[in-house]
Design a protein around this ligand. Sequence first.
Ligand code: MG
Length: 338
Amino acid sequence: MRLRWSRQELALTHTFTIARSSASAKETLRVELEYAGIVGVGEAIPTSFYGQSLASAEAALAEMAGLLGGDPFQITPIVDRCLARFDDQRAAVSAVDGALHDWVGKRLGVPVWRLLGLDPEAAPLTSFTIGIDEPDVVEAKTAEAAGFPILKIKVGTDRDSEILSAVRRVAPDKVLRVDANGGWPPAAAAEHIRRLEPYHVELVEQPVEPGNNDVFRQLRQTAAVPIVADESCVRPADVVALAGCVDGINIKLSKCGGIREALRMIHTARACGLKVMLGCMIESSIGIAQAAHLAPLADWIDLDGHLLIREDPFEGIGGANGQLTLTDRPGLGVDRRC
Ligand code: MG
C-alpha cells in the first residue's frame, strides 16, 4: 500500500469565530492510499487544541505508511496499530481510516454506509453553524442561512443574549442549538444557560472547559435543556467517564481517529444511555463524507464544514438545506470537483 498526502487550503466564506479562536482559512491534509490500482482518499484536519499541527500530522503519516501491512481490508487492526503509536495524532489516523474505507468500498463497488450495514434514510438533517459576531452580522448570516432548518449558534461570550436575540429576529421558529466551546466560567455557567431560556434552544454544547465533568453533572441537574460534551469527549474512555454527567456526546472523526473509533464511541455511548451528535471541523467534502456515512447512527448531525468554505475541492455529499446525500457511489462517494 502506498500512502501520500498534500496540503489543501480551504478559504472560509465568512471569518469563523468561536469562544476561543477565530479563522478566515483552514489548511487540511488530503491523504491518498493506493493499492492494486485503486485510490482511496481521506482527510486529516489537525487541530492545535488537541496538540496537532500540519507538520505533526505529516510526520505521523510518514510513519503510519510503514504500519499499513499488505491487506487494506484489515481496517480494524491497521487503525489499532496507528492509534497505539499515535494516540495524540488522531486527525492523521482518521485520514488513513477514511482512505481505507474509501478503498474497500471502491474495490467492492459499494458505498461505505452499506459496508457498515446502515440505512441512509435514517440520517438526520445537519445543522448549519453561525459563528460569533456582532449582532447585526449574526442577523445577516442567519438570513443567509434561510434554507437550513436547524442552526447551531456559537456562544460563550458575555453577549450571548444579544446574539440569540439577533438570530430569533430572523428565525423565530427554527430549531437552535448553542455551542459555548467551553467559554463560560464554571461558576457562572448555570446562569448563562438560564439566560438562554427565552430563546428556546434545543441543547447546549460544551458549556465549560474540558476537565470539568463534575460541573457538567451539576449543570445537567439544574439546566432545562440537554447538555452535550464535545471537547471533553475525544476517546472511547471519555464516553464512559461522561456517563451520568451529560445527556449526549459530540463525536468528530478528526478528533477521535476515524470511522472505526467513532463506532466504538457510538456503541459505548448507547450502552451508557447517552445520545450521539456527529460533528466536524472546517473541512472539505472528503472529511465530511467520512462522518456522513455514520449519520444514520446519530441523533443530531452537525456536518456543515464543507458548506462554510468558499471552494470545496471535492463534491458528492450535498448538504444544501441541511440534507446530506448518501448515494450509491462506491466508497466515500466523493470526487474531485472539475
Ligand atoms: Mg462543539
